[in-house]
Design a protein around this ligand. Sequence first.
Ligand SMILES: [Zn+2]
Length: 580
Amino acid sequence: MLLEILFNMKNYLLLISFTFWCLGATAQTPLWYYNNETLEYDEVVRAYTEMDNLYENAILREFGTTDSGKPLHVFFISSGKLDKEGKVSDWKKDKTVLLINNGIHPGEPCGIDASLVYARNLLEAGAPDNVLIAIIPVYNIGGVLNRGCCSRANQLGPEAYGFRGNARNLDLNRDFIKADALNTRSFYAIFHLLQPHIFIDTHTSNGADYQYTMTLISTQKDKLNPVLADYLQKDLEPALYSSMQDQGWPMIPYVNVFGDVPDKGYAAFLESPRYASGYTALFNTIGFITEAHMLKPYQDRVESTRAFLDIITDYMQGHSQELIDHKTRAQEYDRNLEHLSLQWELDSSKVQEMEFMGYRASYIPSKVTTGDRLKYNRNAPVDISINYYNSYRTTDSVEIPEYYLVSAAWYEVPQLLQYNGIQMRRLKRDTVITVESSYVSSFRFLSSPYEGHFPLLDLAIEKRTQERIFRAGDYIVPTDQENVRFVVSVLEPTAADSYLRWNFYDEIFQQKEHFSAYVFEDTAERLLEADPSLKEKFTEWLEMDPEREKSPYQQLSYIYQQTQAYEKEHLRYPVARILK
Ligand SMILES: [Zn+2]
């Protein structure tokens, strides 16, 4: 393999690195990214293949496919020998598991390069005993293959890099619930096999300018299981921030500021389940998103990302049992959950003061537009104290039912539940069951596509207890299971990223049968005469809104909807609840 590389001048720097390495070079061996370059896809796979060949405690394995048609790879590192034919479940026994995902946004490739150096250094120096490390070298392969110079208009290097959209132009970091991409479905398999204690997704920032090279999004604490949230805040985060400082990479929470300066303070990023760490939080995996600063030299972005990976690995090695115990306790806690939050808003009454190393900024007249422009003065660093808002309060929550009943007809949903390791069973025969149904009482879809969908934005539901027939083959999903957070977060209709919101049940929004006014007029007259309470209800409804007087058809529709002729399926959410 090395000979092949020798004849490819493009890989000259890669060759140097591996040659040094084979000769026993130290961790300081110069690597390709020092030239402001990120490796191409084939070079990355080749580099990991080389390590797989060289080290008996490293394995590169394929896991499913991606929209690009190429397989998704995972590179495993353990302290002991890994059998090529062995099972991942055996490798992770009694260990904490770290899953690192790179290149979800290929224009932000520092993690791709950092992980290679990190892996090589670990293999050279000896991998930790207590940690199984799994690295996805490149997640968005289609995006990495779509290489160019310029799609990150605000970013300083590298010279060439991939594009954000994947092979079918999806942003994979919005796809963790709807799973349109094959990449996401392959990720499910990896993630559920590993059940990692910690997950890291590597990125490069957009937005404001400041002195820090590394910024961090932690799983937002108020969405996380309280056992883990407490541990994250009291133990894990302080250790990570202080170690990064010690290693010369002072770090700050992700600067969630766009179009303005951070001086006025900012709020923690709220990552709903469509995002990587929002998704992993539903399975009691603490997620971190490293966001290296776009305007810092590429070498520094890679180095600071690598430092973060090293630090977290050391932490996991030193606190392995603690992490295992906390995950177990979190899962026990979830089995007894009675309520779960579905939506949140910033609680601006809870604020913490934070030291911030920024740059002096000012607004000056633009030479391009008719407005003023924001300009940071990088020669004028300022250390200031700013407000940081890291608390979100629940705005919608739900009492968890004993079971959900999921129609088999909308087969995509049970399929996704299965991919996510959800336990469920099927009805053996057609059965009438008393359930709580949800009817959509008002809604609004987004008017243009977002990530291949027209998500439901405004949504209100009305609950009704009713007898419904469920068919043989429909699914019963118990909530007494480890992954209850995921179950509730996708099946509760009003949840931030529910399957209903992501268009899995759009068929219910269309009425299939209608009436002709000239025929129904006589029926309506008879009905109102025969049922004074219906007449009263109709009169009240009419008086509620003067606009209703103007539409005779709308009036007849209202009466039609009170009759048996009106289809039960219209606006009824196919997933039902059986209460505890
Ligand atoms: Zn990104």
